[in-house]
Design a protein around this ligand. Structure first.
Ligand SMILES: O=C(O)c1ccccc1NCC(=O)[C@H](O)[C@H](O)COP(=O)(O)O
Length: 220
């Protein structure tokens, strides 16, 4: 069971979290259009502290694929993670980015809310290399970081319907990740809010350690 942690905001966090064995170390990158985005130069400094085999996942919330392409060319992350709402950034634009950036895997966030989520997920199958199933507020331009779970029965149906590997996100932490894995059977699990320090976006390293261990133990 693969683990992924957001949002890493310092070289020290990147170093310690990759040493724990987390597979994907996520950094939020942008120009300040969304809160807490790291400019490209700062993201490069943080990413340089990620220790292999952990991989650098660069999350872009903007729907401007020209910006995403330029920033990804500068950073060369292992994974380009697209977090814009699907009505703003669709499968054709995702496919164009994949063609423009060979060598980078594409992870596409999919909002999980109702039956429509199945069709959204299928529309990226065979285009994205990973799907990230996440909670979403309908009015938001971006997907995720809400700290709440969604209907795992829909996520399970998506896992069964698509060919690409799926990472489950949304309100996961050390206390519920094993139950989520049993319910959804994803290839990986993601955590942001519930592995943060209380009242802060800095990571709680002990919570990250427990999340990672619980996820790995759930399939041992
Ligand atoms: O990492 C962020 O700060 C972030 C901000 C806005 C949207 C998504 C963000 N993170 C990307 C992810 O895929 C999260 O890890 C995911 O949304 C999980 O969120 P949470 O429910 O808070 O665990």
């Amino acid at each position: 069971m693969l683990t992924q942690i957001y949002e890493i905001s310092s070289p020290e966090e990147a170093r310690v979290i990759s040493a724990i064995g987390v597979d994907h170390v996520g950094i939020l990158v942008g120009n300040g259009e969304f809160p807490r985005e790291q400019p490209v130069a700062a993201a490069a400094t943080i990413a340089a502290a990620i220790a292999p085999p952990a991989k650098f996942s660069a999350l872009f919330l903007t729907a401007d694929t020209g910006l995403v392409e330029a920033w990804a060319r500068a950073l060369r992350p292992a994974i380009i993670h697209l977090g814009a709402s699907p009505d703003l950034l669709g499968p054709a634009a995702t496919a164009a980015l994949k063609r423009a950036l060979p060598g980078c895997a594409i992870m596409r966030s999919v909002p999980v809310s109702d039956e429509a989520s199945l069709a959204i997920a299928r529309s990226y199958d065979g285009i994205a290399d990973w799907l990230l199933l996440d909670s979403h507020r309908p009015q938001d331009r971006q997907i995720g970081a809400l700290g709440v779970t969604h209907d795992w029965r829909i996520s399970r149906r998506i896992v069964e319907a698509v060919g690409v590997p799926v990472i489950l996100a949304g309100g996961l932490g050390p206390g519920n990740v094993a139950e989520a894995i049993q319910a959804v059977r994803p290839a990986g699990v993601d955590s942001k809010t519930r592995t943060d320090q209380d009242g802060s976006h800095a990571k709680d390293i002990e919570r990250v350690r427990r999340f990672h261990a619980a996820a790995r133990a759930a399939v041992a």
